[in-house]
Design a protein around this ligand. Structure first.
Ligand code: FES
Length: 197
């Protein structure tokens, strides 16, 4: 049975590469299980899998899924994960200042687990380290990427977004960046500037 399944997969891969059809599925249950049927919905499905709609500060931003960190993708879309003066005074994605901290309310980000750098910043350096809860609930937007079709984020108040008792009330259009593509110097790939420049 195991062998039969893997042979079917090989047949699917070969058929896809020969025909250019983007997706196939096997009709359920024998005797027709060896018939390959083109999946007409594969393109739409792939599109939904490759983009993520991220909700923050009352707006929705569509971004390529996993292509860059949340922080970079949000800044490029004109929405900041930083509060107030931390839009200017931050580490530009190095993972050391902690000012891009957000909570994932629903959806998922990659990596699923906090990186060593996130944990170091959130657990060991004030003011996040003053509350154990911060390291359990927050993610650094510069250290993870959107990894679900829908992703809902919360930005809390405070310079570092550290006050989990109050959501930030800064509207999305209170947006500013200062250094063009140098706002995200640690990202590979395209370095086009934020939209408000
Ligand atoms: S921008 Fe400094 S930790 Fe994310």
């Amino acid at each position: 049975m195991r062998r039969r399944r893997s042979l079917s997969r090989l047949a699917i891969a070969a058929a896809a590469s020969l025909t250019g059809v983007r997706g196939w599925f096997l009709p359920p249950s024998p005797p027709h299980s060896s018939v390959l049927v083109p999946c007409l919905f594969s393109s739409a499905r792939e599109d939904s899998l490759s983009t993520s709609t991220v909700h923050l500060r009352g707006v929705a931003v569509e971004m390529p899924r996993g292509a860059s960190t949340l922080r970079t993708a949000l800044l490029k879309a004109g929405v900041s994960p930083h509060n107030g003066r931390s839009k200017l005074i931050n580490c530009r994605g190095l993972g050391t200042c902690g000012t891009c901290a957000v909570e994932v309310l629903s959806g998922s980000v990659a990596p699923r687990e906090r990186t060593a750098r996130e944990l170091l910043r959130l657990q060991s350096v004030p003011p996040h380290s003053f509350r154990e809860e911060n390291a359990q609930r927050l993610r650094l937007a510069c250290q993870c990427a959107a990894d679900s079709e829908e992703l809902v984020l919360i930005k809390y108040s405070g310079f570092w977004g550290q006050d989990l008792s109050t959501e930030s009330t800064e509207p999305a259009d209170d947006f500013q960046t200062y250094f063009g593509s140098l706002e995200y110097p640690f990202e590979d790939g395209e370095k086009e500037g934020p939209e408000n420049e």
